[in-house]
Design a protein around this ligand. Sequence first.
Ligand code: HEM
Length: 573
Amino acid sequence: MEQFFKRILVLEACGAIATHLWLKRSEPSSLFLVCSVLSLVPFFPFFVFSPSLASPISGMFLSYLVYSVTLATSVVAYRISSFHPLSKHPGPLICKITKLWSVWVALKGDTHLYHKRLHDKYGPTVRIGPNELSTVDKDLIPFVLGSQGMPKGQLWDGRRFDQPKNGNEYNSLIDVRDLQIHAQLRKAWNKAFAPSSMRDYEEILVPRVAQLGDHLAHACKNGNDHVVHVDLAKWISFFSFDFMGDIAFGGCFELMRDGDKEGMWKNMESGLYLPSITQHVPWIAVVLRSLPFFGSGMQALTRFGVFHAKRRAALELKKKDLFYYLLEASNTSSTSVEEQLPIIVGNAILTIVAGSDTTASVMSSIICYLLCHPDVYERLRDELDHAFPYLDADGVPVIEPEKLSSLNLLNAVINETLRLLPAVPTSLQRAPARGSGGQMLGTSFFIPEGTGIQVPPYVLHRDPRYFSPDPDAFIPDRWLTPSKDGKDSQVPEFLTMRDAFIPFSSGPANCAGKSLALTEMRTVIALLLKRFDLGFESKGSLEVERAKWESQMKDRFVFAKGKLPIWLKERRL
Ligand code: HEM
């Protein structure tokens, strides 16, 4: 009998090693297959020899135990061994062993800080998972994200909470993992955000910005001494949500007017949390996706999207919005609009998710940094007063968006904020195409298929090799090249490497809405500074205020921001 036991245990150990060879080099993505293998492989030897065993129950228990322990040992030993293809890249032991450690870090929203510490300790390329690297070597950016780069990585399988429809593997442009399909879908977006289309969006933007100003001015009139105390971050979020609703669905939100009555803003904010965890272990997303109560916020957003997409499709608008271009692209396709509705809705929702929290967090950070640096605040206000000296009939400053892109200090302030707190701080991940076997990164090193590699802007932008001196300090002047009249050349001694500045990512899957985002941010900041005096609510030191704001930033793929309590008063112009 002992002989049968020995045979079973040897077979279990062999089965475990065979399973490991199968699982090797990739995180599992089909949960059904993995569960079937993990339950059937250990059962087989037991089943064959069980008639000869006196105690089949303890035999079965022992079989599964030996199988599991051997499998775990084999996986761990391989991952930390020199046989692993990523073995030459340094990193903490725990990261080499399991991605569950990344889940723990992500739960706290500290991934950006953790990756910064890892790069400070281990250097430009770090192993952040058993099959994942992080690099802040700027020369590798073209081979990861750029024109010679790779498709999106497995992270996107873990961020997908809606089951893709019509046989697709994606829900919207951003989670497409195939370069050709991505290029095909991207055409409509490139057309939608071409310079010729921007004028239509400006016509939508200007009244929305004026509405933000009027709401705040109205609140000031009702305040003591015409001063109002507000959480400016919330007002900016409401504004950007309303504006993205205009762009995506021809107008569907009125948060500035009515507040978040339908809970959509709340749904979107809470919807960011779960994918930022599951992106580290895609198979968990597959499990959670099947549970009805998970991702309910995003499901509500999808229902909302379907409703408004149908409503918008029936509207004849004079101005072309993004929806117009998405619909136009579907009309030229061979499949019917009905069949394409899921992807049109997915893309419209993507606009709201990708376009509102990102700009809102950056605009709020800009205001915070300006309040922490009164000298920059004053200089910027001078620049704006000089550029926009006129008032309309109601005494409100007139701001012409077309002039904003030439304001040097304004653009330097925006760049410096995007450098220190890029809206997408870490997760710019790519991976070799499926079936490719792997890819050489220039002449540097080879990464095998199944390996993800990210470039974290938060870490890259604070690297003293690219931005110095004081890479952690807010110094907009580092972006000002000496002008001819010498006006903006106070500090010409900065090293500012623009090819290491990637707040909008880089290459064919870079931010589709970059030009719109910049126009929006310039217009809102110009309005707030021109029309109002602003100050921090609390009387703490400026360093403390800055530290408080930065510590509230949580890495949920995009930065989730905290509150920005300030006082505000309308300026006498
Ligand atoms: C400050 C504002 C913004 C920042 C910093 C930002 C940043 C980014 C980044 C870093 C990515 C690339 C992710 C990757 O490489 O994996 C991205 C993608 C994208 N962004 Fe933005 N974004 C901003 C605003 C916007 C706005 C306003 C829109 C739309 C109106 C938008 C639409 C998109 C879309 C559609 C993608 C996916 C592009 C693709 O996969 O081809 N973004 N954004």
